[in-house]
Design a protein around this ligand. Structure first.
Ligand SMILES: *Cc1c(COP(=O)(O)O)cnc(C)c1O
Length: 415
C-alpha cells in the first residue's frame, strides 16, 4: 500500500549549506555531508487556521498534527504524549529571586521524560518508511521512551547501551520487551555500533542527534508553551541541554507559534549545561566549531561529550536573543531539593538543571528579578534514585515504640 507523505511537509533544508533535500528517509545532507542539520520545512500558508480548530481537539501533542511530519495513513500511538501541565510556583520563584516562575512537568509523559515527544514521532516514521524494527543507542530516557512507544505500536526495538548503563533504566527497557544489547565500551562506541547495525540489518535509526524528524516531536513542547501561555508568554524559557535537540525543538516550536499568531513575541531561551559537560556552551560563546569533551556530571541525561545538534541549538538560542549557563553538580542537587520542596515537582538531575541554571542566571544579573520564566522539567526524579539520595538526608529508623519516637523527636524541631 502506498503511504501518503505528511500533508504540509514540503522538503528538508540543510541548515549549514542551505541545500533543499527532497522529503524521504534521509539523515545527512548530500552536499556537505554534515549530520544532524536537516530541518523539516512546512507549507505554513496552506495550513488551516489552527487558532480556530485546535481548541476542540484532544489535549495531547497530536493536536498540532499539521505541524508534525506524520503521515495521515499511520495510526497515532495510543499513549498520552504531551500537553503536560504548567504550574505556577510562587514560593520557588521567591526563593530563587524572580517575580514569576512556572514549571512545565514533562516527567508526566508515558515513560516519564520529555523524550516521549520524539519517540512517538520516531515509531510513526519507522512504520511510514516500511520498517518493522527500530533501534537506538542511549543510556537512558531516549531508550526507555523508544522501548515504550515501540511496545505501544507493535514494533520491535533494539537498544544499544554502554556497559555502565544504570540497572533501573536497563530494567525499564526489558519490561517493555526491547532487545537490549549491552556493548562493552562507551556510549560513543554503542552509538557507532547502532548506526552500523541499522545500515547492515535494515533497521530504522531513532537517534535524535541525526534523525531530522525527531526534533519535530520535541518541538511540541514549544508549541504547547505558546498555546498554554498565549499573550502571557514569559520572558524566558529555560531548558537543560545535552545534545541540543530539545532546546532546538522548543525554539522552533515557539517561532512557529509566533508565526501562526498564538504569541506576539518569542521568549528568550536559556540553555543550561552541566559544568562537567559543556561543549555546546563553549561553542556558543567561542563562535567556533564544537570541540568534543569527556563528560563528568551526575546529570547523566545531559552528559553528552559529542553533541550532534549543536549547530541547530546555537541557531535557535541566538535567534531568540537567548544565552547559556553552566551549573555544578552541587547546584543541581540543590535545585532537586528546591524544585521538589517549593514546587512539588520531583525531577531527575537533568530535569532540574534548568532551575539551577535560572537561579544562577538571576544571581549573575542575566535574568532580572522582575522578569518571568518557565522551566521545563524534562525527566522524572524516580528515574535516578541514586542521585536523588545524594540530595537528601536520612530516615529516622526506630523500633515501634512511642517512647523511642519521643526520644528521637527531641532532636528535631517540630515547628
Ligand atoms: C535528553 C534529555 C535532556 C536534553 O536533551 P538534548 O536533546 O540531549 O539536549 C534533558 N533532560 C532530560 C531528562 C533528558 O532525557
Amino acid at each position: 500500500m502506498e503511504v501518503r507523505k505528511p500533508e504540509f511537509v514540503t522538503n528538508l533544508r540543510c541548515l549549514v549549506c542551505g541545500r533543499i533535500v527532497a522529503y524521504g528517509n534521509v539523515f545527512t545532507c548530500p552536499d556537505c555531508g554534515v549530520e544532524g542539520i536537516l530541518d523539516v520545512q512546512y507549507d505554513y500558508d496552506s495550513i488551516p487556521n489552527l487558532q480556530a480548530v485546535i481548541p476542540n481537539r484532544q489535549f495531547n501533542h497530536w493536536r498540532y498534527r499539521e505541524l508534525l511530519p506524520v503521515s495521515p495513513d499511520i495510526s497515532l500511538p495510543n499513549l498520552h504524549v504531551g500537553w503536560t501541565p504548567v504550574y505556577d510556583v510562587p514560593r520557588l520563584a521567591q526563593t530563587i529571586g524572580i517575580s514569576k516562575l512556572f514549571l512545565k512537568d514533562d516527567g508526566r509523559n508515558p515513560t516519564n521524560s520529555f523524550k516521549d515527544r520524539a519517540s512517538s514521532i520516531g515509531v510513526m516514521k519507522a512504520q511510514e518508511f516500511g520498517f518493522n524494527i527500530i533501534a537506538c543507542a542511549s543510556t537512558g530516557n531516549a531508550a526507555s521512551s523508544l522501548a515504550g512507544m515501540s511496545a505501544a505500536v507493535g514494533l520491535r526495538s533494539f537498544i544499544f547501551v554502554p556497559q555502565r548503563a544504570p540497572e533501573p533504566k536497563v530494567t525499564q527497557l526489558l519490561i517493555f520487551g526491547a532487545t537490549v544489547i549491552r556493548v562493552q565500551g562507551t556510549y560513543e562506541q554503542a552509538f557507532d555500533l547502532c548506526r552500523e547495525a541499522c545500515e547492515m540489518f535494515g533497521w530504522y535509526n531513532r537517534n535524535s542527534g541525526t534523525n531530522p524528524f525527531l526534533v519535530e516531536g520535541k518541538k511540541t513542547a514549544g508549541l504547547e508553551i505558546g498555546e498554554q501561555f498565549g499573550s502571557a508568554i514569559p520572558d524566558w524559557v529555560v531548558v537543560s541541554v545535552g545534545d541540543g535537540c530539545t532546546i532546538s525543538g522548543i525554539g522552533k516550536g515557539l517561532q512557529e507559534m509566533k508565526r501562526l499568531g498564538f504569541i506576539n513575541r518569542v521568549p528568550r531561551l536559556l540553555g543550561v549545561q552541566a559544568e562537567g559537560s559543556k561543549p555546546l556552551m563553549n561553542a556558543f560563546f567561542s563562535g567556533k566549531d564544537l570541540v568534543p569533551s569527556q563528560p563528568d556530571t551526575i546529570a547523566d541525561s545531559i552528559a553528552v561529550g559529542t553533541p550532534r545538534n549543536w549547530r541547530r541549538a546555537i541557531k535557535q538560542i541566538t535567534k531568540s536573543n537567548g544565552t547559556m549557563i553552566a551549573v555544578s553538580d552541587e547546584e543541581i542537587l540543590e535545585a532537586m531539593r528546591l524544585t521538589s520542596r517549593l514546587g512539588g515537582v520531583f525531577g531527575e538531575p537533568a530535569g532540574v538543571a534548568g532551575v539551577a541554571g535560572l537561579k544562577k542566571a538571576i544571581t549573575k544579573g542575566i535574568v532580572k528579578p522582575d522578569e518571568s520564566a518557565v522551566a521545563v522539567i524534562t525527566g522524572n526524579g524516580l528515574k535516578d534514585i541514586a542521585s536523588a539520595k545524594k540530595a537528601v538526608g536520612q530516615t529516622i529508623d526506630i523500633e515501634p515504640k512511642l517512647s523511642t519516637l519521643e526520644q528521637n523527636l527531641k532532636n528535631i524541631s517540630l515547628i
